[in-house]
Design a protein around this ligand. Sequence first.
Ligand code: AMP
Ligand code: MG
Length: 515
Amino acid sequence: MSSAPLENPANTPADQPVLDWTHRLTQLGTSFFTTLQPTPVAAPRWAARNEALRHELGWPVQLFDEDHLQAFAGNATMVGSQPLATVYSGHQFGQWAGQLGDGRAIWLGEAASTQGPQEIQLKGAGRTPYSRGGDGRAVLRSSIREYLCSEAMHGLDIPTTRALCLVASPEPVRRETLETAAVVARVAPSFLRFGHFEHFSAQGDTDSLRALADHALAHHLPECMERATLWQGNVYAALLDVVQERTARLLALWQAVGFCHGVMNTDNMSLLGLTIDYGPFQFMDGFDPGHVCNHSDHQGRYAYGRQPNVAYWNLYCLAQALAPLIDDHDMTLEVLEGYKSQFPRFLGDAMRAKLGLTGALAPESEREADWTLVEDVMQLMAAEKVDFTLFWRQLSHAVVQQSQASAVTDAAWRSVTDLVLDRPRLLAWLARYTARTGQTHFSAMGDQMLRTNPKFVLRNHLAEIAIRQAQAGDFSEIETLHMLLKSPFDEHPGYEAHAALPPDWAGQLEISCSS
Ligand code: AMP
Ligand code: MG
């Protein structure tokens, strides 16, 4: 049944598409991709359906019926889709790695949505001509992590590819141990990576490189046309500029929420500045700038504290790839320089917001003094590996509480100071923090902070519990986590355990690169 059109029991005739497809990428020509069919999997089952996203995109309910289960498993082709795998290369762990993918992601096309055209990919849907030695599959474990983290990031207002649904199959997949297969359907306006550009540039194929850049400019980053006025009309310099700015913003948001990506290779960097390719990622528990979440990353190249510099390194690779188009060495370097001022500015804004210092409370003149406040509290947290998420959330609650008291007291900071051993040091910092704004602003600040500092993040152990249950056939914890993580700033009474410190066994969890 691999290429049979879907039967459609609802109102749409069987030969009519359920989604309204376009295929602008295919206009680029066959040097960019190979058309192919996904490889069917045995006995597919829904593990998760993202009703919220389906609704957000204005896609019909039929998308999640039993016929579409077959389509999202890769066992049938949706009418109007045109499956293909694109080709890209990239730098992995600082080395040129040549051609890399798409080794297991199959692109179905672009579907019209209320948010504009959205590309849909099936990750884990079988081998492609770019699979190298791989089996083209993804395991249930890593697919659950990708599904949940995509939606957690979206809930945190961090740009990301989205996850539409997750299909599980009993088909065995060999990794370190024998696991089972799954397919995630992911959605984004574009899945273009830095590596797509590196691929054609490395081959000296400037015509294809230009065609790809023009495609991105026309369809995905139209703001570059206006930005080009800053760069003597050079639209390719503007492209690099927009990408560096989006990347700087993304990195600031990651840092501010304690997110480690784990594999920031250039093929895992989105041209649109989205979080993409969820592998051994982690939301830090105890704060440690040197934290490495990928156990295969022996050098700590992708440690939390290094992520911003790695992003710059990756942008440098993109700049080199675009150099034949920009055709102006000095201008290219000048564009890249922008990151060095943009990133600290975005990070400063994000960290000040965590302290409630926004709007009228965040005047430009206070920027440096506020940054000292941020640095000092981060040092204090690092010294004791204070739980990152709990600290900011408790601080937010404590600020609300202080706002309701007649005067600021040490006792009312208790929920925050209980998180540390060195209470005097934290109290001294809290006194400086209080002096910065005065108690009068605490009420508004506290409300703002509770909307900035999440209660729920996808901690490793939470994902692990959902994975173990799913491996035993029970997918309900995926649903629970999705419900919490899509609105992580809400209190969700009754789910305190999901917001608590990790259990002891979480420290022993090793998240490998294998997926
Ligand atoms: P990653 O670092 O996980 O993004 O993987 C690097 C590249 O390896 C990806 O772009 C994929 O194309 C490819 N890849 C990873 N796993 C597999 C697999 N199981 N089968 C085929 N290709 C794979
Ligand atoms: Mg990848």
